[in-house]
Design a binder for this molecule. Structure first.
Ligand code: SAM
Length: 293
């Protein structure tokens, strides 16, 4: 169960969809001054080198963050507006790098830490025996370290215990690796329990678009859970290529429960640019749908 290391996928197209969406969610929730608790149920190592180690082997950043950064430079040079969401995301990635050269990629813990206001808290879960040590070491270097709790525990079991947060304002990112088929079942149970305890929280679930039955069924399962709790939802997918038979991940999705009203409008502008930037063949496309109670 511990073969997955997120460094292989750092800065990939899937990270871009997830992290662009995440930035918008946090920035919207911080429009109010009240304390915000953010839970990252599947944290990974926190920050990754793109120059060596797993990321250098997989080279997924070549068709992800590196491709997007080059595209953005050309897009802006031609006088076009890349939009606040993509620019904010690129600025956030660049902020962990010393100069214009992108050698480091911040994972969700570092992106979220960089956004914390003094009143906010971040809770990180990581179960991998090696990854948890790296995460702890990395988090300890952050100036926001005192606002961050790191748990070496199974977040699917522990999430409900953290809900509702004391301020009753919370964002939960759920980003499993899905290497274990049971993750799909555990996700459903965790979401049922979370919504029973904290129905008004904002939940952002990432998933890979695969032919596997559980993956194809995930959005409908999440819709059923959201609707049963009378919650609004937003569902989006980004496909960068359509090459049947290829084993690499070609599309991923985000399912948001209690999305901010601004998210759909924002993604409707951002996703076509991401398709243009990251699309590798004529199968590149996006999907965006929402339902309001
Ligand atoms: N959220 C990270 C980001 O965006 O940078 C990437 C996380 S990666 C997709 C998933 C991580 O969850 C892996 O590091 C894995 O070891 C960890 N993990 C798997 N099952 C877990 C569980 N039940 N509880 C906590 N962490 C888990």
């Amino acid at each position: 169960m511990f073969s997955y290391r997120h460094a292989f996928h750092a800065g990939s197209h899937a990270d871009i969809l997830k992290h662009v969406t995440l930035l918008h969610l946090v920035q919207y929730l911080q429009e109010k001054p009240g304390a915000l608790t953010i839970v990252d149920t599947h944290a990974g190592a926190g920050i990754y080198s793109l120059e060596d180690g797993f990321a250098a082997v997989s080279k997924e950043a070549d068709s992800g963050i590196f491709r997007l950064a080059q595209f953005a430079d050309k897009y802006k040079a031609s006088g076009k507006n890349i939009g606040d969401s993509i620019q904010n995301y690129l600025d956030c990635i660049q902020a962990v790098n010393r100069d214009d050269h992108t050698t480091l990629y911040p994972g969700s813990p570092f992106i979220l830490a960089s956004l914390l206001r003094p009143q906010d808290r971040l809770k990180l879960f990581e179960l991998h025996p090696k990854e948890i040590d790296v995460l702890r070491h990395n988090v300890n270097q952050l100036k926001q370290a005192k606002q961050i709790d790191v748990y070496a525990e199974d977040s699917f079991n522990r999430l409900k215990g953290l809900l509702p947060p004391p301020s009753r304002r919370g964002l939960v990112l759920i980003d499993p690796s899905y290497e274990d088929k049971q993750d799909y079942r555990h996700l459903e149970t965790a979401m049922q329990e979370a919504l029973q305890r904290f129905a008004t929280g904002c939940y952002a679930i990432w998933y890979p678009v695969l032919s596997r039955r559980e993956s194809a069924a995930l959005p409908d399962r999440m819709k059923k859970i959201a609707v049963a709790h009378e919650r609004s939802w937003l569902h989006t997918e980004l496909r960068v290529e359509n090459a049947p038979g290829e084993r690499r991940l070609q599309a991923s999705g985000m399912f948001i429960i209690n999305p901010p009203w601004t998210l759909e409008k924002n993604l409707a502008v951002t996703l076509p640019i991401l398709v243009e930037a990251l699309g590798q063949d004529s199968g590149a496309e996006y999907f965006l749908k929402s339902f309001e109670v």
